[in-house]
Design a protein around this ligand. Sequence first.
Ligand code: NAD
Ligand code: GLY
Length: 369
Amino acid sequence: MERLEVQTESGFYPILAAEGALALPAVRRELRERLADRDCFVITDDTVGPLYLAPLVRVVKEVGARSCATTAFPAGEASKTLATLGDLCRRAVENGLDRQALFIALGGGVVGDLTGFAAATYMRGVAYIQVPTTLLAMVDSSVGGKTAVDLPEGKNLVGAFHQPELVLAQLNWLRTLPPRQVRCGVAEVIKYGVILDPEFFAYLEASMPELLVLDATVCRQVVLQSCRLKAQVVAQDENESKGIREILNFGHTFGHAVEALGGYSTVTHGEAVAVGMLMAAGLSERLGLAPEGTAARLEALIRAAGLPVRAQPPGATPDAILEGMSRDKKVKHGQLRLVLVRDIGVAQVVECNDRELLLEVIGRYCGQP
Ligand code: NAD
Ligand code: GLY
């Protein structure tokens, strides 16, 4: 079993990742330490529930939890709302859960973000653990304590920082993930290479076919290196207040606007981030920040991952995307703050309000390729 550690100002927690993790004695020990004699509440969605809820609940009981309530909501981004949050909290009350309860997120980033936010707010805060089941959740959303729900006006607009007590990735559970969802996780993996680690980027260029079929060795290496990189950033800037963690939003300011234009249904988060990263790389070059060829190299890798290289939802015009970006959380005093790159592996936050330039670059990545 692989074990990484996330050290933040508010505490410390391990990330455990392995094929068949739940069966390993070392994992059982870590679970027993946190679950024994506690009332647990497993939250999942109606796709993951039929696949993995039963084996997880069995283990929760075997390691000595006092009780284990469960609930499942409809899968997908459309559930990441205040209404679902209310339902989850009411289910917790119905099950008699108090402040000592432990919430468990079993699923992708939607389940993780919702469960984390429910844990951050239920009775003013209870503990939770993350059991991510998508590649995206294993490499990104389960680590770092960002929790949120969406509003019709934009993504993740209501949320909190609340770190989990443990992240547990059972790598073989990825095998049931539809290929489209695998590719979405790959978008966030590519992000780490672009902003932090040129060697990892080169590794991805060499290993993309194996990663897409979830080759066990490549998959383990990718999950671990992604979590390692994310943990390093989160350790330095837990609440994104020091200008360091912002770099993890590379491609996201553009991407969130594209995702919203797709109604959170036609374009997935990962697909939107892929196009957003290209827009950010294109702008980096256009501003003379990154060497020529940076965006083309990124585009080649994104294409190899089978991810979109153009924003295609109907209505995704440069004007509409820029309008959506102005509602981003990274806007400070009306100034748009964008994560750009100086080279593959080196990120920099830049304020950019040159409307004409932004429209020109966004336009390059809209429509048919
Ligand atoms: P998701 O949770 O919607 O999962 C995608 C789909 O895969 C769902 O239908 C789900 O039911 C299904 N699924 C999950 N695991 C499966 C498995 N093992 N086998 C078969 N099907 C499975 O989406 P996601 O891509 O995991 O996460 C996207 C969300 O994460 C977005 O809301 C995004 O904003 C958020 N996010 C949060 C952070 C953070 O730091 N908190 C970071 C990145 C993304
Ligand atoms: N996914 C961005 C962050 O965790 O900061």
